[in-house]
Design a protein around this ligand. Structure first.
Ligand SMILES: NC(=O)c1ccc[n+]([C@@H]2O[C@H](COP(=O)([O-])OP(=O)(O)OC[C@H]3O[C@@H](n4cnc5c(N)ncnc54)[C@H](O)[C@@H]3O)[C@@H](O)[C@H]2O)c1
Length: 310
């Protein structure tokens, strides 16, 4: 039987670690943070202050205390005695392995260490451990205090029950977890994004539509449906009572004609320039902060609507 998780260690508190910290605090947990950056404490506290109103709007901060956090000057002190640790250090294998070597001797025997890695594989990360049985992969979607998805993966070197405990923990925070059944670079959601963005770039560089219009083709079209349901379920509703079989019968040939025609661009300097020009044209006069504010307000409203139907 695992200890109840009342305190969480956060190792690495940049974009993702600061957002995790907000989520944990809002849920009423205490958080112990280690990040070696000079301004880490200030930037995390600023992040929490900016993000807290959204947690309140979502009704997720009733138990929370934004000040229930401690900053440590060593990673070992931030993880000692913790039942759960969320690791969000930079996405570089040597950095991850070094931090695991540093924290492993200080972990409680029942500690769970969840790595936020976006694209490294659990098997590579396990090489940084003497005993990797406490490590699992728990990849969030930015920002984790708002976007529900967490992708989980454990393998045969992970101790029994860790995956289930992590799943229960994230569920209790209002997250939506999925399980990977085998490891693959980029996990599931990033591969799906990569496939879509690859084609968006191909359409832009081959002059099919502007960068702004291609973005709208998602946000004003399938993107709205995808916040409700995934593509296979949606297609199962697109051919009447016959469900997915009828859909495949009807549209198989279309997909088989489109798939070989999809592009495989590289992110060259010309492509970057094309994207930058397209975004500047679409959002002229708006600063990054203004676009971010608009995104966050929309995400909040979408989340409120989605949660009503969960
Ligand atoms: N940015 C995203 O959209 C996103 C989404 C999901 C998952 N992730 C994953 O989260 C992890 C962190 O990414 P990020 O975008 O927050 O990066 P980031 O660069 O914003 O933050 C990393 C933080 O780790 C700190 N750090 C560096 N060395 C450290 C050490 N030895 N111990 C503790 N902290 C250390 C840095 O000071 C920095 O604050 C990566 O594995 C990344 O793949 C990122």
């Amino acid at each position: 039987m695992n200890r109840p998780i009342q305190r969480v260690g956060v190792v690495g508190a940049g974009v993702i670690g600061a957002s995790w910290t907000t989520l944990f605090l809002a849920a009423g947990l205490e958080v112990d943070v280690f990040d070696p950056a000079d301004d880490a404490e200030k930037s995390v506290r600023d992040y929490i202050e900016r993000a807290w109103p959204a947690m309140e709007t979502l009704g997720r901060a009733a138990q929370g205390n934004p000040d229930a956090l401690r900053f440590h000057t060593s990673a070992g002190d931030a993880v000692a005695d913790m039942a759960f640790i969320q690791e969000s250090v930079p996405e570089r294998l040597p950095v991850k392995r070094a931090i695991y070597a540093e924290i492993e001797p200080r972990l409680a025997p029942d500690a769970i260490v969840a790595t936020s890695t976006s694209g490294l594989m659990l098997s590579e990360l396990q090489e940084g451990w003497t005993d990797p049985s406490r490590l699992l992969l728990a990849h969030p979607f930015n920002p984790p205090h708002l976007i529900p998805l967490v992708e989980l993966y454990a393998n045969d070197r992970t101790a029994a029950g860790i995956l289930e405990t992590a799943e229960t923990f994230y569920d209790s925070l209002g997250k939506v977890t999925i399980r990977l059944q085998r490891e693959v670079p980029g996990h599931v959601a990033n591969r799906l994004q990569a496939a879509l963005w690859r084609e968006a770039i191909h359409l832009a560089v081959t002059g099919v539509a502007s960068v702004g219009d291609i973005d709208k083709a998602i946000s004003a079209g399938p993107g709205i449906r995808w916040a409700a349901m995934g593509p296979s379920t949606l297609f199962s509703l697109a051919a009447g009572e016959g469900g997915i079989r009828a859909f495949c019968d009807r549209f198989r040939e279309s997909f088989h004609r489109w798939w070989p025609d999809l592009g495989t661009p590289q992110i060259t300097e010309d492509v970057v320039q094309k994207l930058a020009d397209g975004i500047a044209e679409e959002w002229q006069g708006n600063s990054i902060t203004e676009i971010e504010d608009k995104r966050d307000a929309l995400i909040l409203d979408i989340l409120k609507a989605v949660e009503k139907h969960r």
